[in-house]
Design a protein around this ligand. Structure first.
Ligand code: HEM
Length: 463
């Protein structure tokens, strides 16, 4: 089935702690069907180094913020937040860090294991009527003359997935996808068709734009081929989803491999078009990009600063992702308690520390064991820079995947271990979803077979 993109400009409309934020979010999880977590390598032993080693390692990961740490392939920063948006569409573990346990099958995934934008649609017209007007458009507020999320008096957005208002970058990616849906309604499509077209174009972008940047086209091609009729065919290697109607989310993906994106986050970004002023993601003064508030006019995203757009020269304020390496931006070492992480008896505000401690609590296997299981010859601890014998020659999975990307790919994309896990799980989730474009009875492609982020931006009139 092919569907024409709505004509440009047709009827355009003017447009708190992980747990705390989610529980306070007025529409948290509306319409979501929960699913399960599980393991991709259940036969590998849990790697359990001392907490003190992990805490020391996390502290050593602070990025000195040098230009040399920009992605050498100049991957534009918009992909970082497309990546975070995708994370929030498929995986949500609300367990406090202090309560995380090795018994991962007792954990519930608060999101559907599908690239179905449940984070945006919630329960659709009947389950989340607050989100829509009578025609099926997403409703917006417009406090500063451009489309913003609907917000309650505290500034918090009315969202099925509160994390999409955690910073002003992901909030604006969310709004972009909502506006894309509205274009289909403006063009006369019924709600269900507008929803399906929005989902399918988004899935297409993930397969054709996002994954090739992050894992490389050859890795996409290893898992996904097309028959003569252009019908996608998935080749599974290690992901065993369990019940195919309720695929499990592997913790090796959610707690390690897919957290590669934390390394792509910059310290600061140039936000509006025509500017060169950088604003930090988070800082202690709050003069930053924290969310849960109306988007200030001076922090509206100029998309040419965040994506390569055909026919538009890169502006002076263009933001390049950080390398995917073993360094993490200083912004992520002091996460705001309340809007971003929960207030716990012991607050861990450093994201690298949270990732490493959670990985241990969830019983993740070591990087080297996972690499061997995938048939990849891993880097040794000496090569990874972990010289303390207390590591016992093994490295935490998240750290190993980041450092491998740095050593094997100069941080331009994921290394062999990370890309094998990320590509197989993301493509597998699209494949297992019987409503995705892979499952369309007639092979589906966007109208001219070409659809990129610039096509999407043009269609909503933001270029
Ligand atoms: C400013 C940007 C970001 C912030 C502030 C942020 C913050 C966080 C926090 C606080 C957690 C929970 C940590 C824990 O308690 O274990 C988390 C989890 C996670 N993050 Fe990020 N993150 C950001 C960007 C990204 C990006 C770009 C990606 C991937 C491309 C990503 C992937 C993930 C994944 C997969 C999880 C686990 C989700 C779950 O299963 O609940 N994040 N992030």
């Amino acid at each position: 089935m092919k569907t024409t993109l709505p004509p440009r400009g047709s009827g355009r409309r003017p447009l708190l702690a992980l747990m705390v934020m989610i529980s306070l979010s007025p529409l948290a999880n509306a319409g979501a069907t929960s699913s399960d977590f599980g393991r991709m390598f259940p036969y590998l032993p849990a790697f359990q180094p001392a907490d003190s080693l992990l805490i020391e390692l996390a502290a050593s990961m602070r990025d000195p913020n040098l230009p040399a740490n920009d992605n050498p392939d100049a991957v534009p920063s918009g992909f970082t937040y497309i990546g975070q948006f995708l994370d929030h569409d498929i995986t949500l573990d609300t367990t406090l860090l202090g309560n995380a346990t090795i018994n991962v099958t007792s954990m519930t995934n608060g999101r559907t294991p599908r690239l179905d934008l449940d984070s945006m649609y919630g329960g659709a017209l009947t389950g989340s009527p607050e989100l829509y007007d009578t025609s099926g458009h997403f409703k917006f507020s417009s406090p500063h003359g451009f489309p913003d999320l609907q917000r309650i008096s505290t500034g918090q957005a009315l969202l099925p997935e509160g994390r999409n208002d955690e910073n002003l970058l992901i909030a604006q990616i969310h709004i972009l996808l909502q506006r894309f849906h509205n274009q289909f309604i403006d063009a006369g499509h019924p709600f269900a068709q507008a929803q399906q077209m929005t989902r399918w174009h988004y899935q297409w972008l993930i397969v054709h734009d996002f994954l090739p940047e992050i894992v490389g086209q050859e890795t996409v091609d290893r898992f996904l081929t097309h028959n003569g009729n252009d019908k996608p065919a998935m080749h599974y290697q290690f992901y065993r989803p369990g019940n195919p109607n309720r695929p499990m989310m592997p913790v090796e993906f959610s707690a390690a491999a897919y957290r590669f994106g934390h390394s792509m986050v910059r310290l600061a970004y140039v936000m509006p078009s025509g500017s060169t002023v950088k604003t930090q993601v988070f800082n202690l003064s709050g003069n930053d990009l924290h969310g849960s508030r109306p988007i200030p006019s001076n922090l509206k995203m100029g998309f040419a600063n965040f994506f390569d757009l055909e026919g538009i020269p890169a502006p002076p304020g263009r933001n390049i992702s950080r390398k995917i390496d073993s360094l993490i931006s200083g912004s992520l070492f002091n996460l705001p308690i309340g809007p971003v992480i929960p207030n716990e008896p012991i607050n861990v505000t450093s994201l690298p520390e949270r990732n490493l401690l959670r990985g241990k609590r969830l019983g993740l296997p070591a990087y080297q064991d996972v690499a061997w299981a995938l048939g990849i010859s891993p880097y040794t601890n000496t090569q990874l820079g972990l010289t303390d014998p207390a590591w016992g020659g093994k490295a935490p999975l998240w750290f190993g995947i980041l450092k491998e990307s740095e050593l094997a790919e100069n941080g331009a994309r994921l290394g062999p271990t990370g890309r094998a896990i990320v590509a197989e799980v993301v493509l597998g989730l699209i494949d297992l979803d019987k409503t995705s474009y892979f499952s369309s009875p007639q092979p589906w492609a966007p109208d001219d077979g070409e659809f990129h982020i610039s096509t999407l931006l043009r269609s909503v009139g933001d270029l």
